[in-house]
Write a protein that binds this ligand. Structure first.
Ligand SMILES: [Zn+2]
Length: 130
């Protein structure tokens, strides 16, 4: 959620960016925040952060291939013609088709199942040690 929590308010509320997918929907933001998390929180946390962030960007890139908009991977190092995208949640939802919502819903469900099974396995392993 981090990229959306940064970029959407910057565009939708403050109107200080040209698009609702910069600056946090970029490769530099992904790499920088993952390195920062690694430094402050350790490698396990950074791996989770990096994977989650990367999957978010990949899903947005997939959506961009199915709908309007795009991910600006090389921002600010490359000049882009920005998609004049949504300016709020309602107009953002109109940018997504049913295929995108189905894919994102499936990935979210897969992540939730993975979280629950991993948590249950850790709990089971912990009880086995006692
Ligand atoms: Zn996003």
């Amino acid at each position: 959620m981090f990229p959306d929590l940064v970029d959407k308010p910057l565009r939708w509320l403050l109107r200080v960016t040209p698009n609702d997918r910069v600056p946090a929907h970029s490769g530099i933001a992904w790499a920088f925040t993952t390195a920062l998390i690694w430094r402050c929180g350790g490698s396990a946390l950074a791996q989770g952060w990096g994977v989650g962030y990367g999957v978010h960007l990949l899903c947005d890139a997939l959506n961009a291939s199915l709908n309007r908009g795009r991910v600006y991977w090389l921002w600010p190092f490359k000049r882009y013609r920005y998609h004049v995208g949504p300016v709020g949640l309602a107009s953002s939802l109109r940018d997504f088709g049913w295929r995108s919502l189905l894919i994102e819903g499936s990935l979210s469900l897969l992540g939730l199942v993975s979280l629950v099974t991993r948590t249950a396995r850790k709990h089971y392993d912990y009880r086995e040690c006692q």
